[in-house]
Design a binder for this molecule. Structure first.
Ligand code: ADP
Length: 966
């Protein structure tokens, strides 16, 4: 029993000893030994040793497994640990007496596979210095192919890279030494080209450029959920800093975010800061790439050609400069914008490790990202989340999520955008009166449109925009009216007047999306009938992304605008197929059947067409763009907009298309509902929604017809709706609330691990009355969001449970909870773990708890409540007749707090579990608890692991009171 206990009690120390060096070596050695001893089987090994996962997570996995395997495994584990970590300084692992003996298994091995396993630790040591020779021998004997050897040896380092790896540099690498002259010259050329490319945002007002410095507004950045242990806001520089690193061996940082979320702009800022010498100066050379542009590279290239031809050509000494890059990878940074726009999905199957070998550009790119090419060069890649699969995740150093504008950033952006402060103030004022629109402004591209169209916005009175479609219709009108004489297009006439332009651009957009094409050449424009006049409207801009040698190319101001035009085409054109709408709403099928007509391939050079067509299924960008297009189609076919189409398309055709969309949405919903499993007896009926479900909800919202929403929800019968990890931000919350408010029975709404934020919370308020539980764990919510949530929640009779674990709550929200608890006498469960609530907050909460007679569960794990806070809570709860479960785990509670809690135990007839793990309670405190337990038979357990108690005390007290768990 003791050995097992030791593994548990010393968990933190063991983890630290195994992982604190940042190298996986110690963990791997322990795994080797346990494999050799037969304590782990191969499957266990693979479950623990997951490349790309945080080292600590792997080690925790091992500890859990060892513990559950029991006494003997724990003994062998400790022995292995002792062998691997004989003299780790500063680590106090006191288990020497409890280890089993490790024996080299000498007995006769029946097969060589067995020998490989049982002798693994010593084989690994022996092989270290002769791996090359061993591989050679295996190849000669025909047991290994060269691909097998690659698998073992990748990544391959150049001799100087190996040298650099052996000699880690201290401090900034550029401090001590000056790079060769030719490299410095090249750097100058490169940085002035990067600076020229990044100092303007060209999307503004079509032709007029706005300087990035003048308009750049900070977006919210967050580490992806698997590394949430960092608090505080993340800055641009953290993208390349150490914070949040999950895989030290990987070189690639992923920045993911929705379309229009600001990924390209963020990279542009990064480039500009580097080129000016204001940040990222650890990197001597920065090579920016656009995946959109790489799509049109049809030649096979070597890495050298890729760098020099696509970024900046060295005037002389190319070989020397490239050699410098190979030899100093840690001084080089690559950025790849829009991985989702690449025609091929990321794959690590085709390995390449030779920097001079030519290959198709996407193969180069994938090998650079995974580090088999130019290992050590840092890479930043941006992508929409949908295009990031598990294969790519394996190769990531870290993942940063781009979360759009916070409410204060919206404010800041609008003020920057308008030099006239009165205009800015008016725009902001009108946003404040329209929560749905304010929610949309969380997305930078929508914020830009809304701000840009301030005249339309301020002049629209009651019909102010609610949906994404409304916002894009506004920009459509804005551009048309700016390009033509103001008299000619007033009221609703503006559309028929420009119908031809809409159809030309619509066809271009529609064909482009079907073909994963975002850059259009002259022949493409011609095929779709796009004229000079159409181009002048400003929706298309000249593509910066093409090499200067190329003839003029165009792209839409933003990919979402391309989707919008594609949707306009689907709604208005007489040339689309009857099956277009049904297929649009089943994007997964579309991949196979193909949306696009064949006429449109001009943007793809003919040599590439065949190979490209074959890869149809592997295209990454399609589904998200098709889904955005479908959302716009729903919006455009909403009743509210049908007046617009009066003189553009026959009413009968429009009505038919509306019916098609409504049918598709209803069918799509049905499909989700059918996937709900029948509940096990006694359990609730629960639906775990997929991201596609959220998309359908958004389409329904765009239609703005409560009848459709009601209809969809009337068939959903669940007790619990789980929407975790669905990338739900404020925009999605607005749509969810719009649709879910029509549910017939109250549900538990679980939105854990999304990006709801304060703005999203506000958007959810209209559906609060149908929630009996609301789970918002890990959602970036602050006190302000809570204030609004509780003000509404207090009026919602059915709301019984709230979980807010891991948000940004402080003492400033506890007065609202206090009022809430005082007032709501049917409330059952409040979980506020892992926030920033201190003694003061606990005292406020206690004020409310004193008057509450219903609360059963109170979770405050991982705050900073301390003794005084605990005393206040205990005194408020000591006469509670409802409290069943209380957790103050990890709150700096000492014996004074424990003695106060003992009073609850003394009086309570309801309390069953008290959690006090990871505090600093000493014997005095536990004595109080034991004494109180003598008068209480109702309490089932008091958890006291990891407090200030010696082994003897633990042993003795366990014997005295079995309900104490140490
Ligand atoms: P993504 O690459 O994620 O699709 P973009 O970076 O192209 O998004 O952003 C779309 C538009 O939103 C930009 O053209 C710009 O107008 C605006 N925008 C995005 N991020 C910012 C920012 N940080 N500051 C100011 N404007 C921004």
């Amino acid at each position: 029993m003791f050995v097992q206990e030791l593994v548990l009690r010393q968990r933190a120390e063991i983890l630290n000893a195994l992982c604190s060096s940042g190298s996986a070596e110690h963990l791997e050695q322990v795994l080797d030994i346990l494999l050799a001893q037969g304590e782990l089987i191969w499957e266990d090994y693979q479950n623990i040793h997951v490349p790309g996962r945080a080292l600590y997570t792997n080690a925790r996995e091992l500890l859990d497994l060892v513990y559950t395997k029991g006494l003997e495994t724990c003994g062998l584990f400790l022995a292995a640990l002792k062998q691997v970590l004989p003299k780790v300084h500063g680590v106090d692992l006191t288990f020497s007496g409890y280890c089993s003996n490790l024996e080299e298994k000498e007995e006769y091995q029946s097969t060589s596979t067995q020998t490989l396993l049982t002798q693994r630790p010593s084989l690994v040591t022996k092989l270290q210095c002769c791996i090359d020779g061993a591989l050679k021998a295996l190849v000669i004997s025909g047991h290994f192919t060269s691909a097998d050897c690659n698998e073992v040896q990748l990544p391959i380092h150049t001799p100087s890279q190996q040298y650099i790896q052996q000699e880690p540099e201290s401090g900034s690498p550029l401090e001590k030494w000056t790079p060769p002259k030719e490299v410095l010259k090249y750097q100058k050329k490169l940085s002035s080209s990067v600076s020229a490319q990044s100092c303007f945002l060209s999307a503004y007002a079509g032709t007029s450029h706005m300087s990035l410095d003048d308009i750049y507004t900070k977006c919210e950045l967050e580490l992806a959920h698997h590394c949430v242990d960092v608090h505080g806001p993340l800055g641009l520089e953290d993208i390349l800093g150490t914070v949040g690193t999950v895989n030290e061996d990987a070189d690639t940082v992923l920045v993911s975010g929705d379309a229009g979320g600001g990924k390209s702009t963020l990279l542009q800022r990064l480039h500009l800061l580097w080129a000016r010498g204001s940040a990222f100066q650890d990197f001597l050379l920065l090579f920016p790439f656009s995946c959109r542009r790489l799509n049109s590279e049809t030649r096979e290239l070597s890495v050298q050609e890729l760098l020099f031809q696509h970024c900046c050509w060295p005037d002389r000494e190319q070989e020397e400069i490239f050699q410098f890059i190979l030899d100093h990878p840690h001084l080089i940074l690559f950025t790849f914008d829009g991985l989702d726009e690449l025609k091929q999905s990321f794959s690590d199957e085709h390995r390449l490790c030779c920097p001079t070998q030519r290959a198709p550009v996407h193969i180069l790119l994938f090998n650079l990202i995974q580090g088999s090419l130019l290992k050590g060069v840092r890479k930043v890649v941006t992508s929409r989340p949908e295009a990031v699969g598990p294969v790519l995740k394996k190769h990531l150093r870290k993942e940063v999520l781009l979360k759009g504008f916070s409410p204060s950033a919206v404010d800041c952006f609008v003020r920057k955008h308008h030099s006239d402060p009165t205009v800015a103030a008016k725009v902001l004022e009108s946003l404040q009166t329209n929560p749905a629109l304010l929610g949309l402004c969380h997305s930078p591209v929508l914020c830009w449109i809304v701000s840009q169209c301030h005249k339309e916005l301020l002049g629209c009175g009651d019909g102010s925009p609610q949906t994404i479609t409304d916002v894009y219709l506004m920009i459509l009108q804005h551009f048309f009216q700016h390009q033509t004489s103001p008299k000619s297009s007033t009221g609703l006439d503006w559309l028929p007047e420009h119908l031809q332009t809409v159809l030309h651009l619509g066809k271009l957009a529609f064909e482009g999306i079907g073909a994963t094409c975002y850059i259009f050449s002259d022949p493409d424009l011609e095929t779709c009938g796009v004229t000079e006049k159409d181009i002048c409207m400003g929706f298309l801009i000249q593509s910066k992304a093409m090499p200067p040698t190329h003839s003029k190319c165009y792209e839409f101001l933003h990919v979402t605008l391309q989707c919008f035009f594609a949707a306009l085409y689907i709604v208005l054109s007489n040339n689309t197929d009857r099956s277009t709408i049904p297929r649009l709403f089943e994007p997964r099928n579309m991949r196979v059947t193909g949306l696009s007509s064949t006429c449109f391939m001009a943007c793809i050079p003919s040599t590439d067409k065949q190979g490209w067509a074959l890869e149809g299924e592997a295209r990454a960008a399609e589904t998200p763009n098709l889904q955005i297009t479908a959302t716009f189609v729903s919006g455009l076919l909403s009743q509210r907009h049908q007046r617009l189409w009066l003189h553009c398309c026959s009413t009968a055709v429009i009505e038919k298309r509306v019916r098609q969309v409504v049918r598709c949405l209803s069918k799509g919903m049905q499909k989700h509902f059918k996937s709900i499993p029948q509940p096990v007896e006694g359990e609730k009926k629960s639906m775990h929604a997929m991201p596609d479900f959220v998309w359908l909800i958004k389409c329904i919202y765009e239609m703005q017809e409560s009848k459709i929403a009601k209809n969809a929800m009337s068939k959903l019968e669940v007790d619990h709706l789980k929407l975790t990890y669905c990338n739900i931000g404020p925009v999605e919350c607005t749509a969810l609330a719009y649709v879910l408010q029509h549910l017939r029975n109250p549900v538990g709404l679980q939105l854990d691990n999304n990006s709801v934020g304060d703005v999203g919370v506000e958007q959810l308020l209209p559906c609060m009355h149908i929630c009996n539980s609301l789970y918002l764990r890990n959602n970036n919510i602050t006190d302000e969001g809570i204030r609004k949530l509780l003000a509404k929640g207090i009026q919602c009779d059915d709301l019984r449970k709230i979980a807010l674990f891991n948000n940004k709550l402080t003492d400033a929200c506890t007065q609202h909870f206090s009022h809430f608890l005082k007032t709501k006498q049917n409330f059952l469960s409040l979980r506020l773990g892992n926030n920033n609530i201190t003694e003061e907050g606990a005292k406020q909460l206690a004020e409310g708890l004193k008057f509450n007679h219903s609360l059963q569960y109170l979770g405050l794990w991982g705050n900073k409540i301390g003794d005084a806070g605990t005393e206040a809570l205990a005194s408020a709860l000591e006469n509670s007749k409802s409290l069943v479960w209380l957790s103050l785990v990890g709150n700096g509670v000492g014996s004074a707090g424990a003695c106060a809690l003992a009073n609850i135990i003394k009086n309570s007839m309801s309390l069953e579990e008290l959690w006090l793990t990871e505090n600093c309670i000493t014997r005095t405190g536990v004595e109080c608890l034991i004494e109180a337990l003598e008068h209480n038979t109702h309490v089932k357990s008091v958890w006291l692991r990891n407090n200030d108690l010696s082994l003897q005390e633990v042993e003795e007290m366990t014997q005295r009171e079995s309900r104490l768990t140490f």
